[in-house]
Design a protein around this ligand. Structure first.
Ligand SMILES: Nc1ncnc2c1ncn2[C@@H]1O[C@H](COP(=O)(O)OP(=O)(O)O)[C@@H](O)[C@H]1O
Ligand SMILES: [Mg+2]
Length: 227
């Protein structure tokens, strides 16, 4: 079966791209997939740091053509791996300029590109999504309302937008990504370990919360990945 490329986007810093990337890698590994993680946030490679011990990872700068070429070559040389790309806050311009390089090779690579676009409740989050849709017109994009910023109904701007209609008409889904208790997410970040490792090492209360969150994440990703 053709393997996928999951590109985690959202463009803005702090919307939760790294959280969604970690959750996606963790989910795919639980499904028995071999994952190749591409960390493009070279300035703050947080997911790379947390996963480099247990997962094949590459640091690739997607701000220029070289990085996109490298990404395509890595996809080609890892035909058995699902590729997960954590994009950096500044990558929208790179994506707009070079996304076609990737897009144009998908048929030959025998891969599909699935974008998981993470949003907060602010307008610029949607403007950046619109820009991305225009740059890669036939991309399948699922929108992740990050529950860290409030419950689903508080994402009024997105929920009532034409953009949402456009996303869903293209086959994309709108989902809500679960919120993890702050003390556990803070621990995950400061210790720089994977979700699976944290489930071994954290104190029992923290593990219970992480495990609850992982179950909620699985329900969300089941909807996206199972198609
Ligand atoms: N779903 C979530 N649950 C708990 N904390 C979150 C969640 N999403 C984001 N955060 C918090 O917000 C911070 C920024 O998220 P991060 O994933 O690093 O954003 P980005 O990669 O887009 O810059 C994280 O350090 C984490 O503490
Ligand atoms: Mg990040």
């Amino acid at each position: 079966m053709a393997k996928r490329i999951y590109l985690i986007g959202g463009s803005k810093g702090g919307v939760g791209k790294s959280m969604v990337t970690m959750a996606t890698v963790d989910y795919l590994q639980q499904q028995g997939e071999t994952v190749l993680l591409i960390e493009s946030d070279t300035g703050n490679p947080d997911v790379w740091k947390a996963y480099k011990e247990t997962t094949e990872t590459e640091l690739v700068n997607l701000d220029d053509a070289d990085g996109w070429i490298q990404l395509v070559n890595l996809c080609d040389s890892h035909p058995e791996s699902v590729v997960v790309v954590n994009s950096a806050a500044r990558n929208n311009q790179g994506v707009s300029a070079y996304g076609e390089t990737l897009n144009g090779t998908l048929a030959e690579l025998k891969r599909t590109l699935i974008t998981l676009w993470v949003i907060n409740r602010q307008r610029d989050s949607l403007e950046l999504l619109k820009e991305y849709m225009d740059a890669i017109p036939n991309a399948i994009i699922h929108v992740f309302r990050n529950g860290y910023f409030g419950e689903e109904k508080k994402f009024e701007l997105y929920n009532g937008s034409k953009l949402r209609t456009a996303i869903e008409e293209r086959g994309g889904k709108s989902v809500t990504f679960p919120d993890l208790a702050d003390r556990v997410s803070d621990d995950l970040y400061s210790k720089r370990i994977s979700i699976a490792a944290a489930l071994q090492e954290f104190p029992i209360g923290n593990r219970a919360e992480l495990s609850r969150w992982r179950t909620e994440v699985r329900k969300v990703l089941d909807v996206i990945v199972d198609e």
